[in-house]
Design a protein around this ligand. Structure first.
Ligand SMILES: *[C@@H]1O[C@H](CO)[C@@H](O)[C@H](O)[C@H]1NC(C)=O
Length: 602
């Protein structure tokens, strides 16, 4: 296989131009001992039986190199066969129907991922054909909802005429796509032979524990390009998360191009290029759906508004100083609920967003409303007194907030034509004394951003709310950088390592009310992030959360560490600039990894 002439050529080339143009004789093989891949010298004469690292990783331990770990049956046979990249076909099991175009897109994407395994090396030709059949039981279910069945089963076997037969059966496309991702993860690139290989026999059944598995991306503090948003979606789907929560507007900028109110982005975007046009949004929503991902739009209000609204009289305290008195970071800005025309503007934006996103759930924000902003605006205080005889206590401003929220919801519902679930952040309004009066639990889902141990979590669970967990002490990806509104480091420092995301368990936090957790979400607020650093802030840390939410493993991050390193490498192969966690040495000497290796596993 590695002929003498090749070796001779290498020596020649090396000595003349210093560059290795030919495959060198392999030195290392990998052996699986006690569930760890161990790096060994190849003994002379045994080159043909050398095992590549990727083959060892796939076959060495129970979950192989799969991420997240499957939750059902798993059996991966240990015979690998060489498959032919140019002979992979994806078939729709039930012929032409509404899911067929999604399957075609999913299949195309799958082949791209397989090809990236080899990059920048070449794939040797030859090998067996692979036929992938996607058998989707309900081809009409093409929208992801909180009730979507995302389960799948994957069976790989050889047909009697020597082709590889992979059959993915799933109730919906969303499950089927997860199956395709899993299939993609059992196909490996053997860099000793430059071949694509896959196990001859595979049987996996799998489904997620939580229906909501998200990443929040803020595109208002700094603009994030469409290409980066798409790359983020690629990594979301590679990790079997299913939601991109798009915090699209904020006080700092208004990049969302509203067809009904184009002046908002004309005035409010950082530049005329830093916007999301209707066709950008359409492209992102379609791209996400093909990858099994919902895009959840957030139009945060009544706080977190400012830029873009300058020509209206709807915003109070915009850029008011000293900002510390009226908001948590500059610039301040908050809707004035007493302006009747405000609600027409909101309704226009809801209409545009509903048409473009076709959301199954919608986020209305509702965080960090400043009572002192409203209190410092004489016309608001006078209106409260004149209209309702309200005073200036917290409970009075809560009533004012309710004036806003009730009307906003009514306008939203009118445009949606049905009552879809609304998500809101924890805030003063979600405190025990107010929440049930103002936010009916059959309508609102509460997203937690306080700490996981905060008593508001158990209070909301006891009151019967459905929750999404984004506790900042484990799931805020922006923590641990320089301060920018204060000296020292930023407010939620220190940096949160992937291990903490992995071990942040909704089931543990929820106790016997864990079923009220729809799931969780890692949040990337972008005050200190832009296109240059989105990938490395989110990945691979959010993938740690992905396994927690998919599988709720009873083990902690230590058991997952070798696979985490493999998955991080997978993301990098697919073009995601995921952060390095450890020296590559740890990937090659699994048993000696200082933390999760065999000398440290509990
Ligand atoms: C491929 O596998 C599926 C599921 O096991 C089976 O139903 C089908 O008959 C197989 N196809 C061929 C051509 O062997």
């Amino acid at each position: 296989m590695w002929s003498n002439s090749c070796i001779f050529f290498v020596i020649l080339v090396l000595s003349f131009i210093g560059e290795n143009l030919c495959q060198t004789t392999p030195v290392w093989t990998y052996e699986c001992i006690e569930g760890y891949c161990q790096k060994r010298r190849i003994t002379p004469g045994s080159e043909n039986t050398a095992i590549s690292l990727s083959a060892c990783q796939l076959l060495c331990s129970g979950y192989g190199s799969l991420w997240p770990q499957p939750t059902g049956e798993i059996s991966i046979g240990n015979v690998l066969v060489h498959i032919n990249f140019n002979s992979i076909d994806i078939l729709e099991g039930r012929g032409e129907n509404s899911v067929a175009s999604l399957i075609r897109a999913g299949g195309k994407n799958f082949k791209k991922q397989i090809e990236s395994l080899a990059t920048p090396r070449a794939i040797n030709s030859g090998g067996k054909s692979l036929i992938v059949t996607m058998d989707i039981a309900d081809p009409e279910k093409t929208q992801l909802t909180l009730d979507t069945d995302e389960s799948y089963s994957l069976k790989v076997s050889e047909t009697s005429d020597g082709r590889m037969n992979a059959t993915i059966s799933a109730p919906t496309y969303f499950g089927g796509r997860h199956g395709l991702e899993t299939l993609g993860q059992v196909i490996i690139y053997d860099d000793l032979r430059d071949q694509l290989q896959m196990p001859k026999d595979v049987y996996i059944t799998d489904k997620p524990v939580y229906p909501y598995r998200g990443i929040l991306l803020d595109t208002a503090r700094n603009y994030i390009s469409v290409a980066t948003i798409k790359r983020t979606i690629d990594a979301i789907s590679a990790s079997k998360l299913n939601t991109l929560h798009w915090h699209i507007t904020d006080t700092h900028s208004f990049p969302y191009v509203s067809t009904s109110r184009p002046e908002l982005s004309q005035i409010g975007a950082y530049s005329k290029k830093k916007v999301y046009t209707p066709s950008d949004v359409e492209e992102i929503v379609k791209y996400a759906k093909e990858r099994g991902v919902r895009v959840l739009p957030e139009f945060d209000a009544p706080a977190h508004v400012g830029e873009g609204w300058q020509d209206t009289d709807f915003v109070a305290c915009f850029n008011k100083q000293p900002w510390q008195d009226y908001c948590v970071e500059p610039p301040c800005g908050q809707f004035d609920p007493t302006r009747p025309k405000l609600y027409d503007a909101l309704e226009n934006i809801y209409k545009d967003m509903i048409a473009q996103f076709n959301p199954d759930i919608f986020h209305m924000g509702g965080d960090e409303v400043s009572m002192s902003c409203w209190n410092s605006t004489p016309s608001i205080v006078e209106w409260m007194k004149a209209a309702y005889g309200w005073d200036r206590k917290e409970e009075d401003f809560i009533k004012l907030w309710d004036v806003f929220q009730s009307q906003a919801l009514e306008r939203f519902d009118r445009q949606a034509g049905k009552k879809i679930p609304i998500v809101m952040w924890t805030s003063t309004l979600t405190k025990k004394e107010y929440v049930e009066q103002y936010l009916p639990k059959d309508r609102y889902i509460i997203q937690i951003w306080t700490t996981g141990r905060d008593k508001v979590v158990s209070e909301l669970l006891d009151a019967g709310y459905r929750l999404i967990l984004s506790n900042y002490d484990a799931l805020y990806l922006d923590c641990g950088y320089a301060g920018w509104v204060q000296g020292g480091n930023n407010w939620c420092s220190p940096y949160i390592g992937w291990q903490k995301l992995y071990d942040n368990s909704p089931a543990e936090i929820g106790g016997n009310r864990k079923n009220q957790f729809l799931g969780a979400e890692a949040a990337l607020w972008t005050e200190q992030v832009d296109d240059t650093s989105v990938d490395s802030r989110i990945w691979p840390r959010a993938a740690a959360l992905a396994e927690r939410l998919w599988a709720e493993p009873t083990t902690n991050w230590r058991a997952a560490e070798p696979r985490m390193l493999i998955h991080r490498q997978r993301l990098v192969n697919r073009g995601i600039q995921a952060d390095a966690l450890e020296p590559e040495w740890c990937l090659q000497y699994e048993e000696n990894c200082p933390l999760g290796g065999k000398f440290n596993r509990p």
